[in-house]
Structure formats: C-alpha cells, structure tokens
Design a protein around this ligand. Structure first.
Ligand code: CP
Ligand code: NVA
Length: 308
C-alpha cells in the first residue's frame, strides 16, 4: 500500500477531483486530522498557499508546521529522500513548494519505497500548481453553478505551472481551455498530449482577442514565475500586447469573470482597473485556496483511514 500523492492534478481521477471540490464546499468539517501534524516546506515565498493550507489543517483539527527551505537545505544539507522519510516520522501529510518538480518525485518515491503511507502534496513546483487548480475550478463552479461546458481562456505564459495544471484540471472537468501567448510561450507539447489523454483539448493561439471571444472566464498569471527572474526583461518585451485590460475583458462574454492566481503585477499581465473591477473574482479565488485545501486534505485523510 502506497500513499496517494498529489504532485499534479491528474494524480486524482476526474471523479476524485469532483469529490474534492464537493468536500471543499461541505460543512460541518470533521476533525479528520485530529492532533496530527502536517509539514509544509517552502523553498520559495508564499502568501496564499501557506496561509490557506495552515488554516485548512487547523479547521480539520490538525497541527500545521511550516518550514522554510533554507532551514533544512533540501539537496544541500540533506537529500529530499532523507528529508521526506524524517518528516514522515512526525507528520501525517507532507506539503512542499519546490524549485524542481523532481524534488517532489524523489520525496514521494522514497516514502513509497520505504512503505510509508504519508502523502506528498505539491504546493507549487516549476511545472505544476495543482492546489491552485482546485481553487480555480471551485471559483468557476461557484460563479456559474457548473463546470461542464464552460470556456476558460488563459492569456499569458501558457507553459507555466499554473497554466499547465489548469489545462489538466479543465480537461478533467469538461471545461474547454483556450490559451493565448506570444510565440515561444505556448503550452508544452506534453501538455497537449496529457490533455488529450484526459479527453480534453487545448485550443492555442497568439491572438488574445480571438481567444477570449465567448469565454466564461479570462485567466492570467505573472509573465515571469519565481525562479525565472533573470528572464524578466525579455519576457516583458515578449508579452507586450498580452495585458488583460478592460478592452480585452469587454471582448469576452458579458458575464465573464477574471481570474488570477496572485501575486499580480498590476500594469504588466493585468491592469489595476481589471483586478479591482466588477468582473474580477480574484479575491474570491484567493479565499477558495483555503476551502480547496481543506477539501483535498479531508479527502487525503479519509483515504489514509481506508488504507489502514
Ligand atoms: N497563488 C499562490 O500560490 O500564491 P502564493 O505564491 O502566495 O502562495
Ligand atoms: N507562475 C507563478 C505562480 C505563483 C503562484 C510562479 O510560479 O511564480
């Protein structure tokens, strides 16, 4: 028996994903983590993920323990494998935000090889942000009362972690995803393949106006992700014309919402007027990070119980 890790959103089945979203909206919340620890390792900064996850653990009766990457030196002071084995001595679940996705795979692999049933949850890596995708779906479902049949357009760096997890999550939920990016910043070829394997499709183009026509939601994220700061000037030049502004929002459906995982760079990928405007669901989406994490941790805790 091995743990159910969540390194990418398609580590869940479509049915499991729907169940996690249902649990995220269910009250009262059981004390499924009663007295148990959840280790949260952050190699990169975080406002939403850390706060949302810590509070979700508390709501489930558990004890969150956040650890900065520099305190433990993953891969320098000790290996990801030894760190995972050690944290699993004290905690029921391990979450980690890492520079390299491979670090999460090493942690999960070490626990599986040792027969330790402690799940590893990706709190953002260079390639994936599955917990964000859960909150994104929750926000869409709240806004439209359904997921099936919606159209979401991602404008910006469609190869990044947030866009990749969103693409998979949409495919698993019957949401049509369009992406609009400058040349060289479209989804990875592997993302098209993975989405197709999930029964979905990503319609990619380079014209944001064409891409948002008929869309229920416009989603954007920073042009330069954490760890890529050295490319910021090149990216600012490449992404000129891809700012989500009032004119672009007006080209979507009249009831379209605007999503952004945050943190945002107002004036770059999104204008202040849009993020503060009446179509913006950005802070509902931020609030949903906590509800989504609670749904996920609830599901993981129940799964661990049945695995005993
Ligand atoms: N959206 C998100 O993951 O925010 P943080 O980086 O602040 O956790
Ligand atoms: N793509 C962004 C998301 C931050 C939540 C990054 O990785 O920095």
């Amino acid at each position: 028996m091995t743990a159910r890790h969540l390194l990418e959103i398609d580590d869940l089945s479509a049915g499991e994903l729907a169940l996690v979203l249902d649990l995220a909206a269910t009250h009262p919340v059981p004390a499924h983590l009663d007295g148990r620890g959840v280790a949260l390792v952050f190699e990169k900064p975080s406002a939403r993920t850390r706060n949302a996850t810590e509070m979700a653990v508390v709501q489930l009766g558990g004890h969150p323990l956040s650890i900065a990457g520099g305190e433990i030196g993953i891969g320098t002071r000790e290996s990801p494998e030894d760190l995972a084995r050690t944290l699993a001595c004290y905690h029921a679940i391990i979450g980690a935000r890492v520079f390299r996705h491979g670090t999460l795979q090493s942690m999960a692999g070490a626990l599986d090889a040792a027969g330790v049933v402690v799940p590893v949850v990706n709190l953002l890596s260079d390639t994936a942000h599955p917990c964000q995708a859960l909150a994104d779906l929750l926000t869409l479902r709240e806004a439209f009362g359904r997921l099936e049949g919606l159209t979401v357009t991602f404008v910006g760096d469609s190869a990044n972690n947030v866009a990749t997890s969103l693409a998979l999550a949409c495919a698993m939920s019957g949401v049509r995803l369009r992406t609009a990016s400058p040349a060289g910043y479209g989804p990875e070829p592997s993302t098209f393949d993975r989405v197709a394997a999930l029964g979905g499709v990503v319609e990619h183009g380079q014209d944001p106006y064409a891409a948002v026509a008929g869309a229920h939601a416009i989603y954007t994220d920073v042009w330069t992700s954490m760890g890529d700061e050295g490319q910021a000037a090149d990216r600012r030049a490449a992404f000129a014309g891809f700012t989500v502004d009032d004119r672009l929002v007006a080209a979507a459906r009249p009831d379209a919402i605007v999503l952004h995982c945050l943190p945002a760079k107002r004036g770059e990928e999104i204008t202040a007027s849009v993020i503060e405007g009446e179509r913006s669901a950005v802070f509902r989406q931020a609030a949903n990070r906590m509800h989504a994490m609670r749904g996920l941790l609830w599901w993981l805790a129940e799964h661990m119980e049945t695995a005993r």
